[in-house]
Design a protein around this ligand. Structure first.
Ligand code: 9WN
Length: 407
């Protein structure tokens, strides 16, 4: 079967009717940013199904505007922590945190591919607007967007969180059974040290019924994050373009963009020459060079300062952009967000580079991603040194990246 047909078959395989799983087994629910990729991937061959995906995602929106990172449509014992642990308070059982807000940007892409979907996009626009307002209300620190849980950033065990994770007291976290390590090799996954802290943060959220104001007061983990800041910045730009077309008032969004642009500058680590996460409690940078810095171009910033460090990371890898600097202590080419290269990030970074005139680097990331997929299939992520596929197989976002960009 030709790869494009295989990619379509992968989306169909993971399709649960109105939403798409990232992959069977390991991730048996609807995840937020995965779903935006699924919607876009479907739109390349079945736009109606693409729009339905976004509609389902936004049907899980909480009263306060937050769109959860996981929607637990149907219980599945194969994943931990499930709905009973999270106790989200939305219309559909959910987690209590969100994920990088890429959905508006993918909606704009879908609209360009399928202009007939305009009425559906128009109906979703206010919901996305409310979600973005939620970020601006609850999550800013000096204009940069904060995460309150490593899972929220979508880059779970990235070294960015190591300092903040150390401050979490896990003595009373209790016993629990992980399920992820029954699906994939534990060497590719976050450690027990990480999971104890992930769980503790969930327990803290539940203890205040996911009241964002109350949680901010007791949460030891609050990190201003380039991924969140840059994805929101980009989403807002796309919201303005779509909002004008739909006759919406976009003045407020223009103000938000100015706030986030100033906030992005507070994430520039001049010593490291990269955008870096900043621990809100200590006020210090984490001194981590990761692929998140390279999202500045996706955010619409024409920033030449960030190029040399990213180019160094690319040169140190054989395939595409590693998630963590290969020259740094602790780089691990197989362990999740501490080294591997990820199609989801490669697309966001690579397409942003192409838009901002760094086409040589963007093309390189695109070609490498295409090579990884054609040699090793639609894996969740890959070893950037030798291309070994890792994590879940038949992965939705990798299939979508093939259909929308790499093919
Ligand atoms: C926790 C589904 C998700 C992705 C994240 C990725 C991973 C979950 C997990 O899988 O996180 O949210 O259990 O490891 O890190 O980016 O959305 O694919």
């Amino acid at each position: 079967m030709h790869l494009t047909e295989q990619a379509r078959a992968t989306l169909r395989l993971n399709d649960k009717g109105r939403y798409t799983l990232p992959t069977h087994g390991l991730y048996p629910y609807q995840w937020n940013w995965d779903s935006a990729f699924a919607a876009w991937g479907f739109t390349t061959f079945d736009p109606d199904r693409g729009w339905t995906e976004l509609e389902t995602l936004l049907s899980g929106q909480w009263d306060d505007g937050m769109v959860p990172h996981i929607l637990f449509h149907r219980p599945d014992p194969g994943y931990f922590p499930g709905p009973d642990v999270w106790q989200g308070r939305g219309p559909i059982p959910s987690s209590g945190i969100t994920q990088p807000p890429v959905a508006a940007t993918f909606m704009a892409k879908m609209l360009a591919m399928d202009p007939a979907g305009a009425p559906r996009a128009r109906a979703l626009w206010p919901k996305l607007h409310a979600w973005h307002r939620w970020f601006m209300t609850w999550r800013l620190d000096r204009g940069a967007v904060c995460v309150t849980h490593p899972w929220e950033a979508g880059r779970d065990n990235a070294p960015d969180w190591d300092n903040a994770m150390r401050a979490i007291d896990v003595r009373d976290v209790g016993a629990y059974t992980r399920r992820d390590t029954t699906h994939v090799d534990p060497a590719m996954r976050p450690t027990k040290y990480d999971y104890d802290r992930y769980l503790k943060l969930v327990q803290l959220g539940v203890s205040v019924n996911w009241d964002h104001g109350a949680l901010a007061k007791i949460n030891p983990f609050r990190v201003a994050d380039p991924t969140m800041t840059f994805t929101l910045l980009r989403a807002l730009r796309d919201m303005i373009t779509m909002g004008r077309r739909f006759g919406e008032d976009v003045a407020e969004i223009e103000d938000w963009i100015a706030t986030l642009e100033a906030g992005a500058e507070t994430l520039w680590n001049a010593d490291m020459q990269c955008y870096d996460s900043r621990d809100v409690h200590s006020g210090k940078f984490n001194d981590v060079l990761s692929n998140a810095s390279a999202l500045c171009w996706y955010a619409g910033l024409n920033d030449q300062r960030a190029r040399p460090a990213i180019e160094r990371m690319l040169d140190a890898a054989t395939y595409a952009l590693p998630s963590f600097d290969p020259a740094a202590v602790g780089f691990d080419p197989l362990r999740y967000w501490r080294g591997p290269t990820w199609p989801i990030m490669n697309y966001l970074v690579g397409s942003g580079m192409e838009e901002q005139g760094l086409s040589d680097l963007g093309r390189r990331i695109r070609d490498d991603t295409a090579q990884l997929i054609s040699r090793h299939g639609f894996a969740e992520y890959y070893n950037p040194l030798d291309g070994t596929p890792a994590g879940g197989e038949t992965f939705t976002w990798t299939a979508a990246v093939w259909l929308g960009w790499a093919s």
